[in-house]
Design a protein around this ligand. Structure first.
Ligand code: HAM
Length: 455
């Protein structure tokens, strides 16, 4: 008998992408590119540099994240390589960045961002994959609560920059590791006296990882948890002041946040502030579009000096699902502006596309001597604004017929939408002038996300 969550037996049919993974292909991939560029724009303006770390690490790197973290203890893709090294595909982004920090000891505060695939052996469903992709930042080396505010504000500003409007932010604090540990013990003892009221599936965890029971989605457990002691009541004055400064800071930069004392999140390394962004436009089971928090103990756990840190990760797939649900951040326009249609011998297409591209104009062409009709269809598919047509007559006369495919005129020297014949040697300059006129009239030229930018 296969295990209940086992995938179907390998098929003998055509090969497909593994269960829980997906291909990102044109034209959707252009939207991905635009999303990553929007993220880079927001975080690089705040002094974050790109951190590109390996997709796999020694398994010990992720072990430091903690045994109570499902993505490490239950969902990790682990393997031995041909040299018998015990490795794992990255189940989250923070541990790799911290490993890199410990290895290279950069000057602090070290502020980095990443765009990386993340691997988790979860049961796939809408918005949950075995390979998903995260955009994230980690800021290592400062305990200042204003850095928590900066990190949260960057995530909120990214969502705003791509046009998302329906985003809820919930925040909580877990205090210091010692406070967290004593709260966990208090909670475990409290649950132990009420095991019968817990959903049976949560009973074991109530003893081993009581904090994780707080974010159980099971009804019986939720009802009980509402009555449970709150971490806020076991914080010291410094931790309370840290959290108050975060809340005050968020308000002062115009970010609405709701405190949720039950928010714990699935990763063991969090201390002090933690937060989650949710999209009410998504299915409630997978509505977390981003999350993060402080992880002041992780650098030390990884063998480095005691170093405070804070960061977040946001899932590209979920963010794009939220964009779809809100009808924002369309695919960017095609970067191909001109399509060269050559019904002579293909030489003009070869030379003109090269000349146009070298002049900074997006240009494409057809191959294999296709018919005029097929080439015009390809020009439309490419999203070109102009077709440059060279047939035997044009070739003999040293001219090119320029046919606008999208209209925004009036364009000097041509009627709106009417084709003109121009000398071959001057065609690039004429094309550039027409594209500039089109861009001025309709924003046709150039790629860019359909999202709004912040005013
Ligand atoms: P996380 O909450 O596990 O945090 O993941 C961050 C985000 O990745 C989630 O909010 C969600 O949007 C997306 N995500 C997670 N799992 C999946 C999945 N199976 N399929 C699709 N999307 C998913 C972390 O990973 C922390 N490293 C974040 C962090 C950075 N904390 C501090 N610094």
């Amino acid at each position: 008998m296969p295990a209940p969550d086992a995938d179907p037996a390998p098929s003998t049919g055509p090969l497909r992408a593994p269960v829980g993974t997906h291909d990102v292909l044109p034209p959707d991939s252009a939207r991905w590119g635009a999303l990553v560029a929007a993220f880079a724009g927001v975080v690089e303006r705040a002094g974050y540099g790109l951190c590109q770390s390996p997709m796999f690490e020694d398994v010990g790197v992720f072990a430091r994240v903690g045994s109570g973290t499902d993505v490490v203890s239950k969902e990790m893709y682990e393997f031995r390589d041909r040299g018998d090294r015990h490795l794992a595909l990255r189940p989250e982004g923070t541990a790799s960045v911290v490993r890199a920090f410990c290895e290279h000891r950069p000057v602090t505060p070290w502020k980095v961002w990443y765009a990386s695939p993340v691997f988790r052996y979860e049961r796939p469903q809408g918005g949950r994959y075995r390979q998903h992709h995260q955009l994230g930042v980690e800021a290592i080396g400062a305990a200042d609560p204003d850095l928590d505010v900066e990190v949260i504000a960057l995530c909120a500003d990214f969502y705003r920059a791509i046009g998302l409007r329906q985003v809820d932010l919930v925040v909580n604090t877990l205090g210091t590791p010692a406070q967290r540990a004593s709260y966990a013990a208090e909670l475990a003892a409290w649950f132990a006296e009420r095991l019968g009221d817990l959903d049976p599936a949560d009973r074991e965890r109530a003893a081993t990882h009581p904090l994780r029971v707080l974010d159980s989605k099971r009804d019986a457990t939720r009802a009980l948890v509402a009555e449970a002691p709150r971490i806020a009541d076991s914080l010291g004055a410094d931790e309370r002041a840290h959290f108050d400064r975060v809340l005050e800071g968020l308000a002062s930069v115009g970010i609405e946040a709701q405190v949720d004392h039950q928010l714990v999140r699935g990763l063991d390394y969090y201390t002090h502030t933690l937060f989650e962004f949710r999209s009410p436009a998504l299915d409630a089971a997978q509505d977390a579009i981003g999350g993060g928090g402080r992880f002041d103990g992780l650098v030390e756990a990884m063998g480095g000096p005691a170093t405070p840190a804070v960061g977040f990760g946001t899932g590209i797939e979920r963010v794009l699902l939220a964009c779809d649900a809100e009808g924002v951040f369309d695919a960017p326009g095609s970067p191909v502006e001109v399509f060269v249609v050559d019904t002579a011998d293909g030489t003009s297409a070869r030379e003109l596309t090269t000349e146009l591209r070298r002049s900074g104009v997006g240009a494409d062409r057809a191959y294999d001597g296709r018919s005029m009709k097929a080439q015009m269809r390809a020009a439309d598919r490419a999203g070109a604004a102009i077709a440059l047509i060279v047939g035997p007559d044009e070739l003999a006369a040293g001219t090119v017929t320029l046919r606008p495919l999208r209209h925004a005129g009036p364009v000097e020297g041509s009627q709106r939408g009417e084709q003109t014949v121009v000398p071959r040697h001057g065609v690039v300059a004429v094309v550039q002038a027409q594209l500039a006129a089109l861009a001025g009239g309709s924003g046709v030229s150039g790629a860019g996300g359909g999202g709004e930018t912040q005013g």
